[in-house]
Design a protein around this ligand. Sequence first.
Ligand code: NDP
Length: 394
Amino acid sequence: MSVLQIGAGGVGGVVAHKLAMNAKTFGEITLASRTLDKCQEIAKSVHTKTGVTIQTRSVNADCVEDLVKLIEEVQPKVVINVALPYQDLSIMQACLQTKTHYLDTANYEHPDTAKFEYKEQWAFHKAYQEAGIFALLGSGFDPGVTNVFCAYAQKHYFDEIHSIDILDCNAGDHGYPFATNFNPEINLREVSSKGRYWKNGEWIETEPMEIMQVWDYPEIGKKDSYLLYHEELESLVKHIKGLKQIRFFMTFSQNYLNHMRCLENVGMLRIDEVQHNGNKIIPIQFLKTLLPDPASLAGRTIGKTNIGCYIQGIKEGKEKTIYIYNVCDHQECYQEVNAQAISYTTGVPAMIGAKLIVGGKWGGNGVFNMEELDPDAFMQELNAQGLPWKVLEL
Ligand code: NDP
């Protein structure tokens, strides 16, 4: 038995530690990424924290041929992709060629266009079916656990779900004037794009940060929350019966928004090439180089996150509302696996998805989103692996 993880950033660090903590299930663990040093640094921490030795490799995950060679050498049961969304298609292609199961935490994005959609990954469905392999898309927190929360609510709490608000609150404080809590390029592309939500069968577009609502988060309190488009909306509208509306909200401080507007106004969020002193640069990539590495926020971030789903619908003829959520403490994550809570809440579900695949509890032929699988085993693992959840019946 063996498993191959690709990507050694903030999320990758958590996945490697959690794989090692479940080494009996996974067998030999190989961590590969573009920069070997980063893999080795994680391997050292994993060994210190768990006593487990993991293998490390360098790989260019944009190159299908290199990936195929690595997969053939490692022979993993599943490839866990926690590199960037830009690598989703090449890694899926390599898994197809080697008939290996696949898992990721974010939908494919082309570097030149900030489009967030599953189209190109869903297009692999037939080929994966024919090859008899399983792809699990979006096994992070949001997407990921939020999809599983919706499936669990559908299975145990409702006959029909009418509306879902996915709420993502990070009340952590890292002490820097401005930093992002996961890859800055991917994060800023997402939050500076137009908002979108789904109502009565139609997508409604909004200007970036146009809609603000104050939500009251258990264990945190009231926070300004802004409507964004988020990729799990696209699959949930297909799979939740009776749905009439679905939206996604994320908290931002005024300080974050002021910095973001300022960076946007001066062109630092541009994703196209510009000439600079005779060289071509992409402003948002240059900005990423200047901003703190999200992995480095771990030791200095205090406070909690609260991510969950506020769901309204009907049970046995009566209207019903629940909030199903997890609260995660940044410093507890740091103590356990040297990470901040955003990396932790993404990396733990990635490991759980892989554990269910390896253990034969989740599977199938083709490409699947999280809510298409039976949620119960995943919900049990969340409690066991450090992300306990609660249901408030409101
Ligand atoms: P980081 O930027 O910290 O890490 C990305 C890693 O991928 C780095 O180790 C990087 O290598 C590696 N990488 C990038 N390009 C290549 C390549 N061509 N070949 C091999 N390796 C490569 O990102 P995060 O850890 O913050 O995020 C990882 C993923 O998790 C992203 O896809 C992100 O969108 C997703 N995510 C999902 C969330 C969810 O809840 N679903 C929440 C947060 C993140 P190098 O070190 O050399 O740059």
